[in-house]
Design a protein around this ligand. Sequence first.
Ligand SMILES: Nc1ncnc2c1ncn2[C@@H]1O[C@H](COP(=O)(O)OP(=O)(O)OP(=O)(O)O)[C@@H](O)[C@H]1O
Length: 642
Amino acid sequence: MRNLLRVLRLPWRCAPVLALVQLLATTVAGLVPVAAADLTAELIDRLGTGHPAHGALLWPTGALITLAALGALLQHANRYASRELTRRVGLHTQQELFGAVAARDDLATLENPGFHNQVRLAQQAAASGPQQLVSTVLSILQSAIATIGFLLSCAAFAPLPTLLVILSATPGIVAQRRLVRLRANATVSSAPHLRRQLFYVQLLLDLRAAKEIRLFGIGLPLLHRLREETDHANRLDRTVDVATLRTDAALSLLTAVASGGALGSVVFEIAHGNGSVGDLAVLIAALAGVQSGVAGIVSQIANLSQTLALFGHYTSLVHDGPHAPRPEASSAAAATPPADRLAPCIRFESVWFRYDEHGPWILRDLDLCLPPGVVVGLVGLNGAGKSTLAKLLCRLYEPTRGTITWDGVDIRTIAMAEYRSRVSAVFQDFMTYDLSAHDNIALGAAGGDGGGSGGGGAADGDGGEPGFGVTREAVQDAAEAAGAHEIVTRLPVGYDSMLSRMFADARPSTPGAAVPGVLLSGGQWQRVALARAAVRGRARLFILDEPAASLDPFAEAEQRSRMRTLLEGKTGLLISHRLDAIRRAGHIVVLREGRVVEQGAHDALLAADGDYARLFRLQAQGFGDEVEPRVGQSVGQGSDKS
Ligand SMILES: Nc1ncnc2c1ncn2[C@@H]1O[C@H](COP(=O)(O)OP(=O)(O)OP(=O)(O)O)[C@@H](O)[C@H]1O
């Protein structure tokens, strides 16, 4: 009932005038057939009197024509109001639904398949559900008005046949309830298959996947899997359709028998002089009206329960379910964020972490300090937990045990938006957005205060384009700091160039002409990603996860000096397998199976001859470098040799 009220409120909130038009049109449309039946009976009776005066026929005929015209007009008005309401309510629910999805701060929810199934069902419900529900409620109202009108017309003349017709609808109520349950279960069961289906469709269209799909000939197997998923969803749907067909056929048979009996008894009564021919006409119409009205109400109520059940997934996701966005758990304590110092001190204190409660521990009793103003280099073998540690620092997950502090304050107690505005990152799997070069960089400032690397203006000021709250100047500064400015200026329309082959964008400077998009190389994208991190004006902690993985040696050397400027005085975490880059970090931490096994300066670690020294030696040998640090070797010697 609460869901129903929520849904019915939606049209009133989104477009009250249209909602009123629809309500009025539906009410009048319910009355039109009743009035038309009465007028027809009146006309038949007047015609039956022999030679009626023209005047006596004029008004019922005129009224019938007016009613027909009114009925048609209302139908058109109703259709327009309904379509417009669908658009407006659809926009509202879309914003609410994806607002709720975007409001989830963590990644754990997004890694839950149940959450995705629910989003899929909620999307299905939000697309047309509210308007469908409103239409159903209005149809019930319309059928109820017409049925009551017809009931009044025939109950006095033929109470028993009327009762028979009403009773014949009772089995329908039970059968429809069963069908609703079946349909609701099938909808839930087919959600994972429909999601998979969408996944294969997107994969077949994906430009990044296109290379492997073509080279490895994956197209046909993918198509086969797409078919399997569709078949599976169709099978579930078909089962319900078959059950519906059987039930509806049986009910129709029952109804035909009941209305045949009712009609027979009415004809019998009138044949024995209990009523006029006009009465017969109105009774036949009224009985048919009651029968179809009651059947209509039963099936509409079934539709209502079905749509309502589906809409429950929407309200549960947006308002009150386990996946609904929760107010920040620590918002009460968030009143005292640490001072916004240029370089914070970050500490991991006995941090344990695993991705799910049955999974393996990824970080184990980890103690680690990122000192203020120091860039810490983090190394370790594949799967050691480096990126996981970075994700914890971004609060994409919470430690399972232990705490992470920012200048002594548990980061969980800092308001999320405030915290994240102070952190910037280039992830190992950074995003490439099918947007303009400007947008690709400006996005970095969207959730913070903007302002750029140089702390410029935050608004869409002069020279800036609308969106993402950062000026073109700040974007350019960040691009220069990341070594992306020259790349972008060489593009067809500079910062306005669309970095995509999937979308083209018409710029104001070239009205009407769509400028084809361009694709960047891996290394060029990496610099754009670094610029996106650099534009985050209030960031005090920089996390760089393999920021040079795609750069050529010249670009890497250039980036190193640029990053020194960018990170100056800030706290940083540099994750890399390129130990040549790591060795320059102020402090190096070695992670093995989620534990810190070594830390210190490059020279000291080489001298210690542990994991780091072995990794470094191995990498240096790859270049034919004869580095052989020995245990006990002095720090100075180690440094010189390597
Ligand atoms: N979202 C996730 N859900 C479940 N397990 C995950 C997830 N992300 C990473 N893991 C697991 O956590 C472990 C550590 O992964 P992580 O990416 O932190 O390693 P890494 O040290 O960064 O490795 P690499 O050097 O290969 O980038 C891996 O065993 C990985 O399978």
